[in-house]
Design a binder for this molecule. Structure first.
Ligand code: BEZ
Length: 258
């Protein structure tokens, strides 16, 4: 997750309306296959639901997230788990974890080499990194349309307004290899994601895409969202629900000494 100084995250709304994020992460826990007493870092733990699942499987989990709001909510929900506010690019752990797990977080990190170095340093020799996040082309139908509408209204759109890093497999696995991972799995797959109800697309844009509208006033923002909804209805709206064009990267890397 992002941003403590200017914490954009409403943890209650996240739990109420966007719990699909951790629901999908349950599959990733199967790739991690945590074992009894393994020490696991949940990087970008949000409000702690997946950390809790790993703990229930017997692992010794620490959850970290850049958002203080998310960590406060995680601590309230799961008192028995250690949660800390930490940025993925500023971790100071050294050879401590059997595994680093990260679901739906690393697309927020626009300096991936820094995060990968921190992850590598955090792992014990032979430890594994298991992650899933948005890959090249993720939600592109939505973001292209928002950017097009912003420009149509005569405004500029700068690279800094785009909050995400969506790499290809080649790009991300090369970065992993550069910091010393042996990549044992890499997938880039389509996962159309249901955004519940008539307001699903609008709610998603408001929850996750606020930065796209930096420098744009609220009235114009709402106007743009309405136009985007209108233009995308034929493509992304089916039988009462919106479906976002998610494209996921899933990777596993092992900390190797070669
Ligand atoms: C994702 O999980 O791919 C994602 C979630 C929110 C915003 C952008 C991408």
């Amino acid at each position: 997750m992002v941003n403590t100084v200017n914490d954009q995250w409403n943890a209650h709304l996240y739990d109420k309306s966007h719990s699909f994020v951790s629901q999908y992460g349950i599959d990733l826990i199967q790739f991690l296959a945590p074992m009894e007493n393994e020490k696991i870092l949940d990087l970008g733990c949000g409000t702690g639901d997946l950390a809790r699942q790993m703990k229930d499987l017997g692992a010794n989990v620490i959850g970290v997230d850049k958002s203080a709001n998310m960590i406060e909510q995680a601590r309230n929900k799961y008192e028995e788990i250690a949660f800390e506010v930490k940025d993925a690019t500023e971790l100071l752990y050294k050879n401590e974890f059997d595994a680093v797990f990260s679901n739906a977080t690393l697309h927020w990190v626009k300096t991936p080499e820094k995060a990968l170095n921190c992850i590598q340093n955090s792992l014990k020799q032979g430890g594994r990194f298991v992650a899933e996040f948005g890959g090249k082309g993720n939600v592109q139908t939505i973001t292209n349309e928002i950017i097009r509408e912003i420009k149509t209204l005569g405004m500029d759109f700068s690279e800094e307004q785009f909050p995400w890093f969506y790499p290809s497999i080649a790009e991300y696995t090369s970065l992993m290899e550069e910091v010393g991972f042996r990549v044992t799995l890499a997938q880039h797959y389509d996962r159309p994601t249901k955004l519940d109800g008539e307001l699903g697309l609008q709610n998603w844009i408001e929850m996750f895409g606020a930065q796209l509208f930096n420098g744009i006033d609220e009235k114009q923002k709402q106007n743009i969202i309405k136009r985007v909804e209108h233009n995308l209805k034929n493509i992304l709206y089916k039988e009462g629900n919106w479906f976002a064009d998610y494209k996921r990267i899933r990777v596993i890397g092992v900390k190797s000494s070669y």
